[in-house]
Design a protein around this ligand. Sequence first.
Ligand code: CP
Length: 312
Amino acid sequence: MESEYCFQHKHILGIEELSARDICYILDTAESFKEISQRPIKKVPTLRGKTVIHLFFEPSTRTRLSFEIAAKRMSADTFNISASTSSAKKGETLIDTAKNLTSMKPDIIIIRHSSSGSPHLLARHIKASVINAGDGTHEHPSQALLDMMTVREKKGTLAGLKIAIVGDISHSRVAHSNIIGFTKMGSEVHICGPATLIPSGITQLGASIAPTVEDAVANADVVMALRIQKERQVDPLLPSLREYSAFFGINKRLLKLAKPDAIIMHPGPINRGVEMTFDVADGEQSVIMDQVTNGVAVRMALLYLIMGGEER
Ligand code: CP
């Protein structure tokens, strides 16, 4: 049966649309691509002649650069558009922008946008494949895939692990994609954060809400801290960052409650001293830089697989 599996997705819009088998296949493919980035000449011809457009309407360091590095390492031609330099500034709608881009015959459009559902809208209006690089507070599928790759690499499996996710769950597309992804792969996800930052209905995605941060972290295999997204909070939802840090910041004392070989993760960018202390972020249990390294491999795998789907 294994040999009959075929990756069928033209777009990567969310972890929601992927099966456990799809996720496993993407992670296996990413592992096989990781070696390319270790070579003296980090380039393969796999996507030669393909055009990849990065359409970023929100700031990004890791996602944008690693998608661009991934595409370039596979010999694709890459182009960048940002909100500040695009005609969106002059009032052009996303659909009009998409139609104009389609006229230039791109193969893949990678979009980050503050509105949840933008990549899905784009996918309905253009011929190219669409990858969601983060849409509002909805999903960030490539981040969840690189997170799952990093955990699988360090722990050997995803099944049966306890994953603690601490922080601003309400505004975090990373949390949403990771809850869906890790639970599909057989992990137990325990979330924790200020009550004002835990959305109602989150347990329907498969996560449990821990009553205290100590409960969330106790005996965890993975502790993932999330950024406090002040820019998405319409009303002040926290008394102060200092208070958040005192109650929910990951420090060495809290970490002692996790398994001795627990790993520490953060999708970045980190507010050091808020979501975690400096010694935790830079400590020997931190795999934050491994997450960034794996981001390139996962994004190479996504570009490769969606183009393979198109050829089929
Ligand atoms: N993790 C993440 O999405 O980082 P960037 O915002 O820098 O892309």
